[in-house]
Design a protein around this ligand. Structure first.
Ligand SMILES: C[S@@+](CC[C@H](N)C(=O)[O-])C[C@H]1O[C@@H](n2cnc3c(N)ncnc32)[C@H](O)[C@@H]1O
Length: 323
């Protein structure tokens, strides 16, 4: 069970990170969440201390979420101060992974380019290691006016996930996120492969037929964000708590934890929401810190830590080798 409103003294590393003046809303053996402004939490922390910042901030949506969203025209001005703090707290080989959805120019069927403008601006302060696309096949068609009523646009089902390094060599290892081979690749591994030139001109060597334990994933990540029967939603309903309206899937977080961090590394989510990041870190033995402004979201997120006995020391080991 998480500890409410008090440090587990085992977490003295949090005090050492400049957060001794703040009382967490709750803490677990691996981390803590604070009901404070992200700028305050990040601003209190020393430079070069964080391995990964993984987050999904409020997007610049034309249809506002209940927690409030900055309009497109003010978005960069609002978001950049957080990014400067994120840059400062990252270790030299640390990463910043930013899940951000697209938007429409209000009242029109024209796409906003705010998330591309943001990436261009961030690429001047960070190094763009790679762009990922999170494809959510379960996304509902919207905006209804353009997609389901006038039928002049298609369903927008992809979020950009920008991966930035503080320097051009962020810690990463794609051998930790290998996917099962396809059936045709398995056959090829069994029967062998004859060296030949592809129509594209690429020379395919014999190394292609070497079994490396799995295939290297692409930068398109397919995860259906369907949590309708999950423990979290049920627990919120039972306790009369409003569930968070814009959660990202734990599988997305685990992908980047596996790829970019090691056990015990420190991961920070400044826009914690329902604390998916903290729960994923807890399951995988990473230390975590989060901030969130809305008490109800923090209250609901406690359910994520109640399904398994957190004080079991075996849970500090990596439990999930892949996604
Ligand atoms: C898109 S949601 C994050 C959802 C989260 N990834 C999850 O899966 O539950 C963004 C969150 O940022 C919070 N937020 C907005 N401004 C904030 C700030 N200045 N400091 C801390 N949290 C903030 C909002 O209340 C909202 O819960």
């Amino acid at each position: 069970m998480p500890i409410r409103n008090g440090y587990d003294r085992a977490l003295s590393w949090i005090d050492e990170l400049g957060l001794d003046a703040y009382t967490p809303a709750y803490s677990t053996p691996t981390g803590a969440i604070f009901k404070i402004d992200a700028i305050e939490m990040l601003g209190s922390m020393p430079g070069d201390s964080v391995d990964l910042v993984m987050t999904s901030p409020p997007f610049a949506l034309s249809r506002q979420k209940e927690y409030g969203n900055e309009p497109i025209e003010r978005y960069l001005e609002w978001f950049m101060p957080f990014c400067r703090e994120i840059h400062r707290v990252l270790k030299p080989r640390g990463s910043f992974v930013l899940d951000i959805g697209g938007s429409w120019v209000p009242g029109t069927a024209v796409r906003s380019v705010y998330h591309f403008e943001l990436a261009v601006k961030l690429a001047r302060e960070f190094k763009l290691a790679q762009e990922f696309y999170w494809y959510n096949p379960a996304r509902l068609p919207s905006p209804a006016e353009w997609v389901t009523v006038r039928r002049i646009r298609v369903k927008d089902a992809v979020n950009m996930v920008w991966w930035f390094g503080k320097t051009d060599d962020p810690k990463a290892d794609n051998r930790k996120i290998l996917q099962p081979y396809s059936d045709s690749m398995k056959t090829l591994l069994e029967k062998g492969y004859k060296t030949k030139k592809r129509p594209s001109g690429h020379e395919i060597s014999e190394n292609f037929a070497r079994d490396n334990g799995g295939s290297i994933p692409p930068n398109l990540i397919q995860i259906a964000n369907t949590e309708s029967n999950s423990f979290y939603l049920r627990a919120c309903r039972e306790r009369g708590i409003n569930p968070h309206p814009a959660r990202y899937p734990e599988t997305l977080v685990k992908f980047f934890l596996n790829f970019l961090t090691d056990p015990d590394d420190l991961v920070v989510d400044p826009f914690g929401g329902s604390n998916v990041t903290g729960a994923a870190c807890d399951a995988m033995g990473r230390r975590w810190l989060a901030s969130e402004l809305v008490s109800e979201y923090i209250e609901g997120s406690i359910a994520r830590f109640e399904t398994t006995p957190l004080l079991d020391p075996t849970r500090t080991k990596v439990a999930d080798p892949g996604i």
